[in-house]
Design a protein around this ligand. Structure first.
Ligand code: SF4
Length: 151
């Protein structure tokens, strides 16, 4: 689960404290990102990982992880729509708790928590699209990113 830095002030690094702060100890791995980090790029990369790792056995994970990644890529190049933010949350909510292994939840939680805590970052990428279509360089990036995921 993704937390804002100010939510971690004084929080101890134990399971109960992190749960109370709105996250979890998980596998005990932690990534600290500063204010210069492109959070939309980060969540898009995380989504790509889970899409790649999905074994395809359950429909919500097989289809949903790919949908999350493809929609997030639109935000990454500044081509997201406001309605896509709620669509992302809806897809993640439909994956969570509806798969037979924990990968589904693990794919949904980062997207859910990123939207809850950094919705403003998504909204910034929407506003770029209102002043015009993506720049040619962005279109080239999209073409690269829509290439099939290699194993
Ligand atoms: S939730 Fe687990 S079992 Fe289901 S498709 Fe995803 S990786 Fe496979």
């Amino acid at each position: 689960m993704i937390l804002r830095g100010d939510a971690l002030e004084g929080v101890r690094m134990d399971a109960e404290s992190l749960k109370a702060a709105g996250s979890s100890v998980g596998t005990a791995g932690m990534i600290v990102m500063d204010e210069n980090t492109d959070l939309i790029r980060v969540i898009t990369r995380i989504a790509k990982f889970y899409y790649h790792e999905s074994c395809g056995q359950c429909t919500p994970c097989r289809e949903g992880t790919g949908w999350l990644w493809k929609i997030l890529k639109r935000f990454e190049i500044g081509d997201g729509q406001t309605s896509d933010i709620d669509l992302l949350m809806d897809i993640a909510n439909n994956i969570e708790g509806n798969t037979i292994c924990a990968l589904g939840d693990a794919a949904a939680w980062p997207v859910q928590s990123m939207i809850r805590r950094f919705r403003d970052e998504f909204e910034k990428r929407v506003s770029r699209t209102r002043v015009g279509s993506p720049e040619p360089s962005d279109r080239n990036r999209l073409a690269e990113k829509t290439a099939p995921v290699s194993s």
